[in-house]
Every structure is written in C-alpha cells, then in structure tokens.
Design a protein around this ligand. Structure first.
Ligand code: NDP
Length: 324
C-alpha cells in the first residue's frame, strides 16, 4: 500500500530530501505495521542524508517514531493491532506507515502522548546510557555537557543532575543558556564567546571534570580533552560540527591518562532487557514529571527539509518532530 515518505536517492544537503510516496508491504515475520503519529528528527538523520554514515540508496530517512500498530506479522505475540508503540533505530520512520521489528518496539504508557513518546526514545536512551553505563555518573562529579540545550543535551543535563552531578553546560545563545539552566545546569558557558576549556578549568579549581559528554565533535574535541581531569573520561558520541580526525593515543597520556570512548546506542540496547530497562526508566520519569521533554518544533512531513536546515543551522532546541 502507498504511504507518504521522505526519501533520498543520493546523498547531499537538505535539498536531496524528497517528499514522495513509497510502497509498504504487509508485515513479515516478527514485524509490526505501524501508522506513524510522529517521527523524531535526529542529528544522525543528517549524517545519513549527507553520506557521513553510509546507507543503501534509495533510503527512507528517520530512525524513530511513535504510533499505532495496525497489523502484526507471523510469530508476533507481544503486540497486537491497536497497541500504541514507540521505536528507535528503525529506518523508514519519516513516513505515514512503516514496518517496525517487534524486537525494537516498546509499549507507550497510557499517560504519555504519541508526540512525547516519539520525542523521548532515541535521545533519551542515548542520555540514559551515557550517564548510567558509559561513564556512570557519581554524586558530586563535575560533568561537562556540550550543546546542553539540544535534544540529547537537555536530557543529559537532567539525568546527570538527577544523579547528583554538578553540570556545566555549553551553548551558543542566550535563549539556549536559559533552557540549559532550567534543565538544571549549574554553570553555563557560552562556547561561542569564550574558551570553554579554560572556563571549565577555572570552574573546577584547575582540576577538570570527571567526564565530558561531547556530541559536537570536530570543533570541540581538543578543548574537551583539555577539560577532563586526571584519569577522567572523554565520551565522544557525535559529530554535529563535523567528524573528528584520528586521535594519537599519546594525547590521552599527555592529557592525564584519560579514557576516550566513542559509543553508539545499538551497543547499549543490545538485548530486549536492556532496551526495556532504559525505555521503562525514561517513560516512568516522563510520566511522573521528573524528566521534562521539550519539543522545540513540529513540522509537516513534507517540510522535513526545513527541519534539517534548522537543526544544522543551530537554530533549534530540544526535540524536532515530523507529523505525517
Ligand atoms: P542537537 O539538538 O543537540 O543539535 C546539535 C547541536 O549541536 C546544535 O543545536 C548546536 O548547539 C550544537 N552545535 C555545535 N556546533 C555545531 C555545528 N557546527 N553545526 C551544528 N550544530 C552545532 O542534536 P541531537 O540531540 O539530535 O544530537 C546531538 C549529538 O548527539 C549529535 O552529534 C548526534 O549525532 C549525537 N547522538 C549520538 C548518539 C549515539 O548513540 N552515539 C545517539 C543520538 C545522538 P549550540 O548552538 O548550543 O552550539
């Protein structure tokens, strides 16, 4: 059956996104057919569109969404038509309908809306694994969060705060500074105006932070390395400003025997139990109001191009959604 979708046939700038119709078949074994209520826009979508992360073409973009199951394939016992589900890490989500492996779907609690569910999962799971597994944040740790008013940034700030960290955020505008503070950042550095590594050292009495969560990449990596305390950790988890060039291991030695890691969500949702644990804690926190989800913009599916332009133009805060 035909469904509206946003597809690329070649890689490039936002102009290669085409709003079109694609055929979606019946759900195969282990799959759900879902009517998409909202699709999440993520920075990774721009890497796939631009060619930094290679995909097979043609490709329907979008890795995340929420909606209602309309049919299930053979062997699916845990979901049925009518169920509300959310998913992340599943290509083809910028569409009116899509096929989702049951193994990647999670049930959306009654008191969480489709929009909030679509806005929570991918960036939320990322923030969750970063603070609880990659570098398990301890009470009293000083933590540096780049792009603290972004989708992942606002969630990271809140989750690190909830673990008792002292959060130092970086942002590029006054509005973003305000949002980072509202999310709980103790200090906010305007890294567009000052040397953030110097400012971080000053704020930590020269010691540096226990961990830097850096999703900005190319433009921040050197400063991030200079901000980590002795034997601390630099977590490079993205490349919003561009890919990071190769790092000589001796630089980790010179920076104070620091640890460097480059994680991805797939490796932190490797089992059904792990996915359910992270998604469950996030949805519980959202439902009880301790985790706030900021939807910074909602665009019609046909305007996906605008959402990419805004995201890459650093004009957005929180989560962007597409509405089929
Ligand atoms: P954001 O909403 O955080 O948007 C990116 C932000 O990065 C911008 O708003 C901007 O904030 C900052 N930025 C700094 N320099 C640039 C630049 N040159 N161009 C564009 N933006 C810049 O996006 P997401 O929350 O979707 O993703 C954040 C990062 O997390 C991305 O790198 C993404 O790839 C990564 N990620 C990694 C995952 C993983 O498992 N490894 C999973 C999910 C996301 P400001 O204006 O304040 O500088």
């Amino acid at each position: 059956m035909p469904t509206p979708a946003v597809r690329i046939q070649r890689t490039g700038g936002p102009e290669v996104l085409e709003f079109t119709e694609v055929e979606i078949g019946e759900p195969g074994p282990g799959q759900l057919l879902v009517e998409v209520a909202a699709a999440g826009v993520n920075y990774i979508d721009t890497y796939q569109r631009g060619g930094l992360y290679p995909v097979d073409l043609p490709f329907v973009l979008g890795l995340e969404g929420a909606g209602r199951v309309t049919a299930v394939g053979e062997g699916v016992t845990e979901f049925a038509a009518g169920d509300r589900v959310a998913w992340q890490g599943v290509p083809g989500s910028y569409a009116g309908r899509t096929l989702v492996p049951a193994s990647s779907a999670v049930r959306v609690p009654e008191n969480v809306t489709d929009d909030i569910a679509a806005a929570t999962l991918l960036q939320g799971i990322t923030a969750h694994y970063l603070v609880s597994s990659t570098y398990p944040v301890q009470e009293g740790d000083a933590v540096l969060v780049h792009a603290a008013a972004g989708g992942v940034g606002l969630l990271l700030t809140q989750l690190a705060k909830a673990k008792g960290a002292r959060v130092i955020g970086t942002v590029s505008t006054e509005e973003k500074e305000q949002l980072a503070r509202e999310a709980g950042a103790d200090e906010v550095i305007r890294y567009d105006q000052v040397d953030f590594a110097e400012a971080t050292r000053k704020l930590t009495d020269g010691e540096g932070v226990a961990v830097v969560y850096d999703g900005v990449g190319k433009s921040t990596v050197d400063g991030s390395m200079a901000s980590v305390r002795r034997r601390g950790m630099l977590v490079l988890f993205g490349n919003a400003s561009g890919a990071v060039p190769p790092v000589d291991p001796l630089r980790l030695n010179a920076a104070g025997s620091i640890f460097l890691t480059r994680p991805k969500t797939l490796d932190y949702t490797a089992t059904r139990e792990e996915l359910d644990w992270r998604a469950g804690e996030l949805f519980d926190a959202v439902a009880e109001g301790s985790l706030k989800i900021r939807i910074g913009g909602t665009y019609p599916l046909a305007d996906a191009r605008q959402s990419h332009e805004d995201l890459q133009g650093r004009r957005t805060t929180g989560k962007l959604l597409l509405r089929p």
